[in-house]
Design a protein around this ligand. Structure first.
Ligand SMILES: [Mg+2]
Length: 196
């Protein structure tokens, strides 16, 4: 039997497409024409030089933004598959408490196999125990006990994963392959120890 892991995964821009929704709301409201590929820094306001920070971050408190969320390609299927494989899943999100109600209602619609018992709200994700964390924010992946899997987005694509000992996944299928490979490896090591 394969080893079962506790798998932590991020919400915004990893499981769902917050940045895409955020950008389209700003474009609609302020007549800008920014695309997801233009967001090459963690701070989204750097891609909107004509707007104030208040304008950029203001929409985060609007329910409409959160109700627009869609899953990242493959995230629903892969998370469901990992759960079916027997792994325990926890969404770990640094959400603002003021946005939580609408945001979580939308997320539970998109990920019906997830419930509130499997959501952890934490800014310092390194405090959370788990075997893996899948996240697009590099600050959540450094210096942690979990195996860090960086989910590739335009803002982190040049981040040096080699010197920081991180695994990189360009898609949810790659997340699945990485975790399955790791599970096989652990099982293989366990069997070879038993045979000694
Ligand atoms: Mg994120």
């Amino acid at each position: 039997m394969k080893k079962h892991f506790t798998i932590l995964f991020d919400a915004d821009d990893t499981a769902e497409n917050l940045v895409e929704c955020w950008i389209s709301m700003l474009n609609e409201r302020y007549g800008t024409s920014v695309s997801v590929e233009d967001v090459t820094e963690w701070d989204l306001s750097s891609a909107f030089p004509s707007l104030t920070k208040e304008q950029v971050y203001g929409v985060l408190t609007e329910d409409e933004l959160w109700s627009r969320l869609q899953p990242m390609p493959g995230s629903v299927e892969v998370l469901q598959k990992l759960k079916n494989d027997g792994h325990e899943l926890y969404m770990v999100t640094a959400s603002d408490y003021r946005t939580l109600k609408t945001k979580m209602e939308r997320i539970f619609q998109l990920f019906p196999f997830l419930d509130w018992d499997h959501v952890i709200v934490a800014h310092n994700k390194q405090m959370v125990n788990g075997d893996f964390l899948i996240d697009d924010g590099t600050h959540n992946l450094v210096g942690a006990k979990y195996v860090p899997i960086i989910y590739t987005r335009p803002h982190n694509k040049n981040f040096d994963t080699y010197s920081t000992c991180m695994l990189r996944a360009d898609s949810w299928q790659e997340v699945y392959d990485t975790i399955s490979f790791y599970a096989d490896l652990v099982e293989c090591q366990r069997r070879s120890k038993e045979e000694l």
